[in-house]
Design a protein around this ligand. Structure first.
Ligand SMILES: Nc1nc2c(ncn2[C@@H]2O[C@H](COP(=O)(O)OP(=O)(O)OP(=O)(O)O)[C@@H](O)[C@H]2O)c(=O)[nH]1
Ligand SMILES: [Zn+2]
Length: 198
């Protein structure tokens, strides 16, 4: 994991980001050489390396850790907090993801933390919420071969809160459902687990 993180960091051209941020500061009428701003381009470059570290990571490496624990019922990790970056305005959107699956006939079960790691991997890219939701469910399908999978994401988009339409608190909910979880009763069970006991 450590090695993957550093490889991903290297994949982001930090000097180029620094130069671009200096240009932005000049363009808004700031003085990039004043005391408080001197280190800002380098700080932003380091932050961007983190925000976009998922661009060069592969979900297969995360979901490759599986156990044979003969569980054939639903596994659901809910309220996984995440931060992502809206690809339209490059400002954050953040919220929680709920990720569940029903193991397939080959009984592949992954570690619970791996579900959260997969959310982070796809969140750390320029994103839209719909694609983030679909990418997570498709990674589960591809690497765990489950009977069914479900991903529900609830998020607030800063591009709708702090600018533009200015509606802080508005939440966007997206879902992607595959296989047996598309079935009415099973889907209803997953949804009630996700949205109950708040
Ligand atoms: N579907 C979808 N839209 C998003 C997401 N994040 C931001 N948007 C929307 O992307 C749209 C971009 O619209 P544009 O008209 O091209 O850009 P804009 O002039 O900045 O739009 P406003 O935000 O309405 O001011 C906006 O309606 C945003 O709310 C997302 O994850 N999914
Ligand atoms: Zn946006």
């Amino acid at each position: 994991m450590e090695q993957r993180m550093s490889e991903a960091k290297n994949a982001v051209d930090q000097p180029r980001i620094e130069a671009a941020v200096r240009e932005i500061l000049l363009a808004i009428g700031e003085d990039p050489d004043r005391d408080g701003l001197q280190q800002t381009p380098a700080r932003v470059a380091r932050a961007y390396a983190e925000f976009f570290s998922g661009l060069h990571q592969d979900a297969g490496e995360i979901l490759g850790t599986t156990f044979d624990i003969a569980h054939s019922e639903m596994v659901l990790v809910k309220d996984i907090p995440f931060y992502s970056t809206c690809e339209h305005h490059l400002v954050p959107f953040h919220g929680v993801a709920h990720v569940g699956y029903i193991p397939g006939p080959d009984g592949k079960v992954t570690g619970l933390s791996k579900l959260a790691r997969v959310v982070d991997l796809y969140a750390r890219r320029p994103q839209v919420q719909e694609r983030l939701t679909t990418q997570v469910v498709e990674a589960l399908e591809e690497h765990l071969n489950p009977r069914g999978a479900i991903v529900v994401i609830e998020a607030e988009h800063m591009c709708m809160s702090m600018r533009g339409v200015r509606k802080p608190g508005a939440k966007t909910v997206t879902s992607a459902v595959r296989g047996a979880l598309m079935n009415g009763a099973t889907r209803a069970e997953a949804m009630s687990l996700i949205f109950s006991q708040r």
